[in-house]
Design a protein around this ligand. Structure first.
Ligand code: DON
Length: 547
């Protein structure tokens, strides 16, 4: 798209549609997401486009409870009741219109149509997923059987995957815009599928879907302006809280002391991360995620106290409450942090030659969403309504808890962790475009990549590759990816941090200029199969999955 004369908006929208074809795990027409658009001109408006799914008008929290009032988690995860009104098509259209896409709408949808009709070669990641027994139980049935399990066997790497129904759905979108999706044959197919299987989403819900243009959240960290997603994402507030809390800690002194200490021991380490510093990260996350659970939800339904949560006096109070030891005084709500293997989402970052940036995250929630494919339309339905706090304190798929702020209500958007983010130097120049997939681990991953680049001097590639740490208030333990230094981990344990293994860490897609005027470097996280490419140069080889 960039080579065809398009800008970052054209490229982002075309890529999002293409992902709906070649990455059915998470790319979608039947899901939703968020996009941050930052134009190269400071005077022009930055945009936060919210195309999160909404609860159908006929849905109430009782739909997810049994006759004794107990939560039945399956209902919001794997049934037609868990499907939110899809937002992607309307949202991408709004991004293209408001962000000033240069290429005609049909042209940005066209590559996706071609990929669906002519087919593409299945990669190792999709092939692995289709072999997974738990996913197979969901996918090897109904409409998706013929597509993904032809002759009863899962598609294998390098097989050609053709999706003719999906091509026809995309054609209607190309010709008619959102009306070609929210009304007419596609909408009919969605409503019939949902209503004939116990769901409540109607044609009226579909026709009434509206993406929202929201005011991006802004903050500053070490000389960089941060432009990120406001509620109904929790991502922006949690990101800015954590960075603001950390900004008051002596990060540089600690780093310099650590670099000197390691050099003195004969184990030089230019990054200079100490257990003490990571302990600060963890404690800051714990506090921000606690505020997430209590205070964040759809701002159209609940008065999210964004200003108060980011107020310097609150940030200072939080900072002061962090000592040298883990604060294990967390509340009694028991929860499990779920099965991270199930999740899938996809993020893309674009920076064009003029300096316009788009950071866009989109999802069906779990991999392939509900796993329910719409007959006659060829795409999967999301299970985004599981992101609501179905009942106060009942953990969702990711172990996240919440209360009133994120309770189920008709037409409401469930709280999200997707954190599309752009950093700018003091002026016009975008210096970083970043975001991730990985449920609640999105926010901590985006925070850590920013910290590693901005504080610890790491390149974008090293920062993305580095092992992650994740703390989300409940449960109280901290998840640690393989690869951390053993001495640092022992230091954390000595401070009372309970550490457990983190598998399936978030996958980050980032572009960064080490300095304004410098060459942008893009890096796609090897935790999934994406790739980065400068215009006119070869695409980096995507990572392949283990096993
Ligand atoms: O919006 C959210 O926070 C979740 N639905 C995102 C799910 C996700 O990232 C799963 N990915 N691995």
């Amino acid at each position: 798209m960039l080579e065809a004369g398009g800008n970052a908006v054209d490229a982002a929208v075309a890529t999002a549609f293409a992902l709906a074809v070649v990455y059915p795990e998470a790319g979608n027409l039947g899901g939703g997401g968020f996009a941050i658009y930052v134009p190269h001109d400071r005077e022009a408006k930055a945009l936060a486009i919210d195309f999160r799914e909404t609860a159908p008008a006929g849905l109430t929290a009782e739909a997810f409870l049994d006759e004794n009032g107990e939560v039945v988690p399956e209902r919001s995860r794997w049934t037609h009741l868990g499907v939110g009104v899809p937002g992607s098509v309307a949202g991408l259209h709004k991004l293209h219109a408001l962000g000033g896409g240069l290429l005609p709408w049909e042209d940005v949808v066209e590559p996706a149509i071609r990929l669906a009709r002519e087919g593409f070669r299945v990669d190792g990641w999709l092939a692995k997923r289709l072999r997974d027994e738990k996913l197979r139980a969901r996918l090897d049935q109904g409409m998706s059987r013929a597509i993904f399990y032809p002759d009863g066997e899962p598609l294998r790497g390098d097989d050609l995957l053709v999706q003719e129904e999906l091509a026809r759905t995309l054609e209607r979108i190309a010709l008619e815009g959102p009306a070609g999706f929210y009304t007419g044959p596609t909408a009919d197919a969605v409503a019939v599928e949902i209503l004939s299987h116990g769901g409540v989403m109607t044609l009226k819900d579909l026709a009434g879907y509206e993406p929202e243009e929201r005011e991006p959240l802004r903050g500053w960290f070490r000389g960089k302006e941060i432009i990120t997603m406001p509620p109904p994402s929790s991502g922006g507030i949690v990101l800015l809280q954590v960075l603001s809390i950390l900004d008051g800690f002596p990060l540089d002194q600690e780093r310099e002391a650590t670099v000197a200490d390691r050099a003195g021991r004969g184990t030089p380490d230019p990054v200079g991360l100490s257990g003490r510093a990571v302990h600060w990260w963890i404690e800051a996350m714990r506090r921000a995620y606690a505020d997430r659970a209590e205070h964040m939800g759809d701002p159209d339904f609940y008065p999210v106290p964004t200003d108060e949560l980011l107020d310097p006096s609150w940030i200072a109070q939080r900072r002061i409450s962090i000592g040298e030891r883990a604060n294990t005084g967390v509340g009694p709500m028991p929860s499990d942090d779920g099965d991270a293997e199930d999740g899938n989402t996809t993020h893309l970052s674009v920076l064009d030659g003029e300096g316009n940036a788009v950071s866009l995250t989109t999802t069906l929630n779990a991999a392939f969403g509900t796993g329910i494919m719409v007959p006659g339309a060829g795409f999967f339905l999301n299970n985004e309504l599981d992101d609501f706090a179905v009942q106060a304190g009942a953990p969702n798929l990711y172990g996240l808890v919440g209360g009133d702020a994120n309770a189920v209500e008709p037409r409401k958007r469930p709280l999200s962790s997707m954190t599309p983010t752009v950093l700018r130097d003091g002026g016009n120049v975008v210096t970083m475009v970043v975001g991730a997939r990985g449920g609640p681990r999105i926010i901590s991953a985006v925070i850590e990549v920013i910290l590693r680049c901005e504080v610890y001097g790491q390149s974008v590639e090293d920062a993305v590759r580095a092992p992650r740490v994740h703390q989300q208030w409940k449960p109280s333990w901290t998840r640690i990816e393989a690869g951390w230094d053993a001495v640092l981990l022992q230091d954390l344990r000595n401070r009372g941090q309970e550490l457990r293994e983190l598998k399936g860490g978030a996958s980050v897609q980032a572009i960064r200029l080490d300095e304004p005027g410098g060459e942008p470097m893009g890096f796609s996280d090897p935790r999934s199969g994406g790739a980065a490419a400068p215009v006119g140069r070869a695409m980096a080889t995507p990572a392949v999955p283990e096993g």
